[in-house]
Design a protein around this ligand. Sequence first.
Ligand code: PLP
Length: 436
Amino acid sequence: MPSYAKSIALYERSRKHMAGGVSSNVRYASVPVPLFFARGEGARLHDVDGNVHIDYVLGNGPAILGHAPKPVIDAVAASLAEGQVFAAQHPREGELAERLTRLLPGAEVVRFATSGTEAVLMAMRLARGFTGRTKILKFEGHYHGWSDQAFISTKPSANEAGPIEAPVAVAGSPGMPPSVLDDVVVCSWNDLDLLAEALQRHRGEIAGVIMEPVMVNGGAIPPAPGYLEGVRDLCRQHGALFICDEVITGFRVALGGAQAKYGVTADLAIYAKAVAAGFPLALVAGRREVMDTLVDKGVMHGGTYNGNVQSMAAALAALDLLEADDGAVYRDMEARGRELMDGLAALAAKHRLAMLVHGLPAIFQTFFTKGTAPRNYRESAATDRDAMLAFHAALQEEGVRVQQGGRWFLSTAHDKGVIAETLAAADRAMAKMAHH
Ligand code: PLP
């Protein structure tokens, strides 16, 4: 049983001076307390008590090259003496933008921001500014950051969510003005008929339809075949912009994100996380005509740290690795991820646990359910969360760290040896669970 004595002591101390002892509410979740890490290296994290964790959280997605990838660190270190922020342009911004417009589907123009939350706000304002309409349609279970405008129906409880045909827009937090709910239409995901009905009910009102093209935050669920194409076509038919939130899928499920993987192009897309391999960078990419409303119509977007020297250096260095040999790292990551998914499924069968391994090799989910693979948020929320938490705790004891919700992110640092070690640890964790 690992000791967490130093984490516990540090947490008690932090709580005296930091609200809740953490810098993000989602970090409350870990057990026995929010853990403190001393350093990360490749696929592993070392906590302050000396426990080593094979890390499948990866900062919730950014560490696509593992922790502290040397070429990225070196590029950032070399850029430090140049300065950090100029409230002006830097040549690397243009260089990065050129590469991104070449790599990302539908990216005629990009605009840099610092976090996913604010890039989502930019995309929603662009959609409203471009179409002159007010409402945004979003999907239940999809997370687009913590802003008032977006943190809606991300995790609604069954008794507040309303009927699946027309879900109620549920504010995700106290302190959000109820008026924001008037400008959002919530729909269940992965069902074209329900979307067609919602768009029809709100004919002429919807500025944009935003989604995670693979619903990661609601359970690592891929889109049904033809769904993304259908959404794109319905958006066109109704004069609404199709907005893909690729904050997690971008540079992860493929170099060109989910749009490249599924061959569907959105009007606007949002990227963050993996694009700068751990450094703070987000961006909106899309059709020139839409992006140009930032200029032509004066749609406002600002941000002190946007395009800062270190994030640009990090992203350029990360792309050198991700793009090398025609995206060879993605082929490797896919093979390793598949090995891990298949291995976990085989272990679940061996230990007679009703566990389903679902998703894509670079982001997947271990669901506890006797049913079939969930297709939307409600089905995902109906799986056995207590069993998932027990599995999470058993894995942590064996030195494997996954998201509490049961999500596994992969990095290029998770090599064959790491996968074999993980499966051996999962075998022990499942044996304990089966025993209990
Ligand atoms: N969009 C998606 C799909 C996300 O998963 C997240 C964060 O997890 C965000 C937006 C918000 O990004 P950030 O945490 O950088 O503000």
